[in-house]
Design a protein around this ligand. Structure first.
Ligand code: GKR
Ligand code: MG
Length: 429
């Protein structure tokens, strides 16, 4: 059996995305993702997926060249290769580039986001070669299904008039009644029992009312509110005070570790983050200051599945909870999230996933949520299969784009509806 990487195929795609609102603006009608295929000398193909903006693609291309000839087992070597090709990445992303919804964007995080898709693809190929699921390669599953929460968004019914887009059947959700209705659809279609509302869109009073309405409609169910750091310390404390009895946690109420630490010191409501702890280097300050009680991993920017396990171990040592947040993604990433989440002991909070918002995929069979859970596949690798026609179709959309959509820009998308829109500075309220 040869486990040598003979070839790496990179396929950027544009995937339909509904008009979901966040504090920076609105999702574009199509979002870039990158599909990575690692092909072994024996012809086994492993797949991975990551962010698809140009800066990720520019780093993935030289890495694809460099890893050719390595073994798919050589995951540590893969990271060394990534270090070498990433020397130039600091050109692409300055060390202080503020990446908004994903925390501070650094060249390091960019590199890790790219290498994560290669790591997942190698693990998928290795699993297929050995006839083992990825979770077995990660030490084995400790659960048979992974729980996800419904990811509620304020949403327009349609993208702005004149903007080419796909229709969706979710309708609008712009007030408490709309949010509750959306939650009911999520519960009916997928069986989710916990709910996360993306906030930072409307003044906090309106979002408090929406969470109260959810608590009324789904008494006793875990609820989270995530304004992506849009609030001041005082506003965050007010929201914590008002919703303390119904919140499982508040997610990134304010921006940055010092603000989060101050809030944590003054409220009993747990704080979660996928913004102020996004790299290992950010852990010491946040944990020693007690700034966060739950870290939400994104296996892409944490650098893959093994790093996610390491993050979970560090969190365990500090008595900090761990779970996962998500970004617009396809089924390969959901499969990868599910495989690694299956191996993490003490996963006490449902992960969130954008997947239900994606009507399109690159798989022959979509993953399904039953009772709010995704069953952990025991099939070789990730247990998913690429649909080459779908992949080609979504790639053709990327090729045909004039470049406007190839880099996700929620503020630019918002300007199609409101030409005066600028990304609000934080704190917004
Ligand atoms: O897709 O609008 C969005 C989210 O706000 C996403 O970009 C965040 O990264 O979901 C993420 C979060 O939990 O902050
Ligand atoms: Mg978040």
């Amino acid at each position: 059996m040869s486990l040598t990487i003979a070839r790496v195929r990179l396929t950027p795609v544009l995937v339909a995305d509904p008009p979901l609102l966040n504090t920076q603006g609105v999702h574009q009608p199509y979002t870039p993702r990158l599909i990575v295929e690692v092909v072994t000398a024996d012809g086994i193909t492993g797949v991975g997926e990551t962010y698809g903006d140009t800066k990720y693609l520019e780093l993935a291309r030289p890495l694809a060249q460099k890893v050719t000839g390595r073994q798919v087992t050589d995951l540590n070597g893969l990271f060394l290769d990534a270090d070498e090709v990433a020397v130039d990445a600091s050109r692409v992303v300055g060390q202080t580039d503020v990446g908004g919804l994903r925390g501070v964007q650094t060249a390091d995080k960019l590199r890790l986001s790219v290498v994560s898709a290669f790591e997942v693809a190698c693990l998928d190929a290795l699993g297929k070669a050995l006839g083992l699921p990825v979770h077995a390669l990660l030490g084995g599953k400790v659960r048979d299904a992974v729980e996800y929460s419904a990811y509620l968004f304020y949403k327009w019914a349609d993208h702005p008039a004149g903007v080419p887009s796909e229709r969706d059947d979710w309708g609008a959700a712009l007030d408490p009644a709309g949010v509750v209705e959306q939650a009911r659809i999520f519960a009916e279609r997928y069986g989710f029992t916990s709910f996360k509302l993306k906030g930072g869109v409307f003044p906090p009073e309106e979002e408090i009312a929406a969470v109260r309405a959810l608590a009324g409609a789904f008494p006793g169910h875990p609820l989270r509110l995530d304004p992506n750091g849009a609030w001041s310390v005082e506003t965050s404390l007010r929201v914590a005070e008002e919703l303390g009895d119904v919140l499982e946690y508040l997610e990134d109420p304010a921006s940055g570790t010092p603000a989060m630490a101050e809030i944590a010191a003054r409220t009993g409501v747990p704080l979660a983050t996928n913004m102020c702890v996004t790299t290992f280097a950010e852990i010491p300050e946040a944990f020693t200051r007690g700034a966060v009680q739950v870290v939400l991993s994104d296996h892409h920017y944490w650098g893959g599945l093994r790093n996610t396990q390491q993050l979970a171990a560090v969190c365990r040592a500090f008595g900090v909870g761990v779970s996962m947040h998500s970004n617009t993604h396809l089924g390969i990433s959901l499969a990868a999230m599910t495989q690694v989440a299956a191996t993490v002991p003490g996963l006490h909070h449902a992960c969130d996933s954008h997947y239900p918002w994606q009507s399109e995929d690159v798989l022959t069979e979509r993953l399904v949520f039953e009772g709010g859970r995704v069953a952990v596949s025991d099939a070789p690798g990730l247990g998913v299969e690429l649909d080459r026609d779908r992949l080609a179709f979504l790639h053709r959309r990327w090729l045909d784009d004039d470049g406007a959509l190839r880099d996700r820009d929620d503020a630019a998308a918002m300007r199609a509806a409101d030409p005066a829109w600028v990304t609000p500075s934080v704190p917004r309220w």
